[in-house]
Design a protein around this ligand. Structure first.
Ligand code: A3P
Length: 287
């Protein structure tokens, strides 16, 4: 199926129709934030699921019950997806935790008024591409990626779900409300998960004992999290995600692009990156 058949354009950005029907986008547009809310914002395949595990564990002070009993999409719902309407989010106690793949400019009026806390996760775009390439090949609600070369052109042009990685990142790093946003790199979580948990906890004003921090980091390492059926998407029917083709929690490493890219693809990607990011002064971990 084609982009025209599977995606709709919302605020100029492709969103998968199946997950974001018009009534869900309307609900999200009218949603009222609270100052205590925590929003995990990401370009898809940057580490959303990882944060959907880490943050609830911080709030439960290391009690594993919420992550072992509630699927990640209800535990930390995507505000813009179809389930949000069903979850009675208005009745949830603070601090509520949500996820979104929206670009900064797609956020609603309440967001800009209330300025809730945001955890924005960044990942090397070559690894985002690599993870996406496998994911688009197994998820039926997305357009089949075609060849790597074809998918690379679409990715670089932003003709994929949630549009351009470059615009997404530039929008959030240039947000005016910098004091309410914590930028976290997927790569720093890989290098030092315990340190990342401490950094996130500090930003959220949560003091965790060394034992609890250790417990959270231990549960959230890839091999342990992969076993959690509330987080590994094994509850999703195969007709939507065929994990026999590629698992959702696939490799969980930094630098897997090196196993996928040809030399020509690396050069093509680097040239596009250089051009599109030429005015950006933000320091990325992969530069
Ligand atoms: P890979 O496909 O490279 O393995 P998102 O949740 O934003 O869709 O991102 C999915 C990517 O994050 C996948 O990358 C997935 O394996 C990785 N991921 C999820 N949990 C992880 C963890 N605990 N440790 C490392 N990577 C993780």
């Amino acid at each position: 199926m084609t982009e025209a058949e599977l995606y709709s354009l919302y605020k100029g950005v492709y969103v998968p129709m199946h997950l974001h029907p018009p009534e869900s986008l309307r609900y999200c547009e009218e949603f009222t934030f609270r100052p205590e809310d925590i929003l995990i914002a990401t370009y898809p395949k940057s580490g959303t699921t990882w944060l959907q595990e880490v943050v609830p564990l911080m709030l439960s002070e290391g009690d594993l019950t919420p992550v072992l009993t509630v699927p990640n999409w209800d535990r930390v719902p995507w505000l813009d997806e179809h389930r949000a309407i069903l979850l009675n989010l208005e009745q949830r106690a603070s601090p509520r935790v949500f996820a979104t793949h929206f670009h900064h400019h797609m956020m609603n009026q309440s967001y800009f008024k209330i300025k809730p806390r945001v955890l924005y996760v960044l990942r090397n775009p070559k690894d985002v591409f690599t993870s996406s390439y496998h994911y688009y090949g197994m998820a039926s609600y997305l357009v089949n990626p075609g060849t790597q070369d074809e998918f690379m052109e679409k990715f670089l042009d932003g003709n994929v779900m949630f549009g351009s990685w470059f615009d997404h990142v530039k929008g959030w790093i240039n947000a005016e409300e910098q004091e309410s946003i914590l930028f976290i790199f997927y790569e720093e979580m890989i290098a030092d998960l315990k340190g990342s948990v401490e950094k996130i906890a500090k930003f959220l004003g949560k003091s965790l004992s060394p034992d609890v921090t250790e417990k959270i980091a231990d549960h959230c390492v890839f091999k342990n999290m992969k076993q959690n059926k509330m987080s590994n998407f094994s509850l999703v029917p195969e007709e939507y995600m065929d994990q026999k083709k590629s698992e959702f929690l696939r490799k969980g490493i930094a630098g897997d692009w090196k196993n996928l890219f040809t030399e020509a693809q690396e050069q093509r990607f680097d040239a596009a990156y250089k051009e599109k990011m030429k005015d950006v002064t933000f320091k990325f971990m992969w530069d």
